[in-house]
Design a protein around this ligand. Structure first.
Ligand SMILES: C[S@@+](CC[C@H](N)C(=O)[O-])C[C@H]1O[C@@H](n2cnc3c(N)ncnc32)[C@H](O)[C@@H]1O
Length: 275
């Protein structure tokens, strides 16, 4: 109706007024096109997992965030946390398949060499129990649980899974799965495992994988993150890079100390490539 009215009105205009109107319509069309192009580019950028996490709303100052790690049993530590204390728990508990003693690394020549790099440990004999999941769901609003396919008896149905494609080849598994509490479509992320100087844990996950996971969760600066199974501390470094408030728990003193050393190295070498 409004369009018909406008068309009728345009017919009543002088030649000069018509030309002016057309020019304004053209400019409006260009403006809409540019706006749509911009939002499309922003959407593309948000798919790029190496980009930083979304900043705090309304352009407000970034919040002051902490990074705290606790040496202890995560179930016992969680009992001291309040309900919903954390916005997101991103955890990687033992799957119960013997990865701690290098069992997952023994296939093939490369596996045997890699096994010698790590101190054999017994932490991956038993997966977490009912009490662990009760505490986890009590203290956090949302969860990303690596190895979720091993814990399906404790987890509700969800469509929001993350598939980490490791591109390892040979006898190694092609990837790992994380169950998430998000009602989102499954997403795949491809990233090689970290090797070299900063690797000391047999199941060390890449920092970039955590960054991807934070983005999947829609994390914004200042959000409170919990990792109940810190290991090498990749989650801690990713959280720090993203401006997230972090709490991590690790039961093994050797891993705890090594992850602390790694975090300090990262902090002192922020400008160096590779972090
Ligand atoms: C699968 S690894 C985590 C690896 C970590 N995502 C990384 O990127 O390095 C599991 C870790 O949980 C620790 N752990 C096992 N049981 C635990 C418990 N009850 N409380 C806290 N940490 C525990 C193990 O020592 C091990 O370092």
């Amino acid at each position: 109706m409004a369009l018909v009215k406008n068309k009728y009105m345009i017919m009543l205009l002088s030649k000069e007024q018509k030309r002016h109107c057309k020019e304004r319509l053209r400019l409006a069309a260009v403006w809409i096109f540019e706006k749509q192009k911009m939002s499309f580019i922003m959407q593309l950028n948000s798919e790029n997992t190496d980009q930083p996490i979304g900043s705090s709303p309304n352009g407000s100052k970034p919040p002051v965030v902490g990074s705290m790690v606790i040496l202890g049993d995560c179930v016992e530590v969680m009992k001291g946390f309040e309900d919903n204390q954390f916005d997101l728990a991103i955890v990687d508990p033992p799957y119960g398949i013997g990865m701690g003693n290098g069992a997952g690394e023994t296939r093939g020549k490369l596996g045997r060499k890699k096994k010698d790099l790590y101190t054999p440990k017994a932490w991956d004999i038993k997966p977490p129990d009912k009490e662990y999941f009760e505490q986890l769901f009590r203290v956090s609003k949302n969860q990303i649980i690596w190895g979720g396919n091993y814990f399906t008896n404790h987890l509700p149905v969800s469509r929001g899974w993350i598939y980490w494609r490791k591109i390892m080849g040979g006898n190694y598994s092609d990837g790992e799965l994380a169950w998430t509490s998000f009602d989102k479509i499954l997403k795949e992320y491809t990233q090689r495992s970290e090797q070299g100087l900063h690797r000391f844990h047999p199941t060390q996950k890449p920092i970039k994988l955590y960054n991807f996971s934070f983005k999947y969760a829609g994390a914004i600066e200042g959000m409170k993150i919990l990792d109940t199974h810190l290991g090498s501390g990749s989650s801690r470094i990713a959280a720090d890079k993203a401006g997230l408030d972090f709490t991590g728990i690790e039961i093994d003193k050797e891993y705890f100390d090594l992850s602390e050393k790694r975090f300090k190295q990262y902090k002192s070498q922020l400008r160096i490539e590779g972090w």
